[in-house]
Design a protein around this ligand. Structure first.
Ligand code: CUA
Length: 264
């Protein structure tokens, strides 16, 4: 049997052209008819320093979101039903992923760069946010939520520290919190009672903790100071990941101890 190579090649080329046309038409259909926007990257940006939400019109908001080891700022975004959110993302440290579960929003957060995506929320509900790129030991803690609330008219954002705010001081202004952010303490020790890698700081002061050795120890100032300076000396039972020695000034140590005492 004689095979017509030239004819066969022609057929392959025609099929390839046809598939390309179909493919491009589907993209055009998604963009122009379905209104699905492709996430973009803003070139030559001036990355913002502060997380905030800015109103641009009726139910149109710009969200400036910061990813960092290991949290999103803001962690909680509340919006009225029908809001269109233009999201700008950047990272303070390493590459993170930003995904709104159940939607087609999935962008990267890259230091020095702003990525952008837009989405409209027509249905009330809670949409979870997760970091979907492995970014270090606290990666699994990087999450948040977008709540579409039929009972609100104006958007609200928060970093999810309400329990601590109830203690009667502004956490973000506390010098201990600044020191904790600097050394990344909260990546492993939560402030809200949830257990991450190490014991939570909430309600820790004054507690009797059982050590890996079986010994019971009162968490007082002496214990806190000793544990921060020499983390391996007395390890609480059930926590096996080694805490790194964190070199800090005596002042920073004081601030951190004061904050732990204050988080009841
Ligand atoms: Cu950030 Cu994983």
């Amino acid at each position: 049997m004689k095979i017509d190579i030239f004819g066969l090649e022609k057929k392959v080329i025609y099929i390839a052209i046809l598939l390309s046309v179909v493919h491009l038409s589907l993209i055009a259909f998604a963009v122009f008819r379905l209104g699905i926007t492709v996430p973009g990257c803003v070139l030559n940006p001036k990355p913002f320093e502060k997380a905030e939400i800015i109103k641009h019109g009726d139910k149109r908001y710009e969200l400036r979101m910061i990813a960092k080891m290991w949290a999103f700022e803001p962690k909680i975004v509340r919006l009225p039903v029908g809001s269109t959110l233009e999201i700008f993302m950047t990272s303070k440290d390493v590459n993170h992923g930003f995904q709104i579960v159940g939607t087609n929003i999935n962008v990267m957060a890259v230091p020095g760069v702003m990525t952008q995506a837009e989405i409209t929320f027509n249905n009330p509900g809670a949409y979870r946010i997760v970091c979907n790129e492995f970014c270090g030991i606290g990666h699994q803690e990087m999450n948040g939520v977008i709540e579409i609330d039929p009972n609100i008219e104006e958007p609200q954002i928060s970093n999810g520290y309400q329990q601590v705010a109830a203690a009667g001081f502004n956490l973000d202004e506390h010098p201990g919190k600044k020191a904790m952010d600097k050394f990344g303490c909260v990546a492993c020790h939560s402030l809200d009672g949830s257990v991450v890698v190490g014991p939570s700081f909430k309600g820790l002061f004054g507690k009797r903790e059982e050590m890996a050795s079986g010994e019971k120890v009162l968490v007082d100032e002496t214990y806190l100071r000793a544990s921060i300076s020499d983390p391996q000396k007395q390890v609480v039972k059930g926590f096996s990941i080694q805490m790194p020695v964190t070199p800090m000034t005596p002042e920073e140590l004081n601030h951190i101890v004061e904050l732990i005492k204050a988080i009841k």
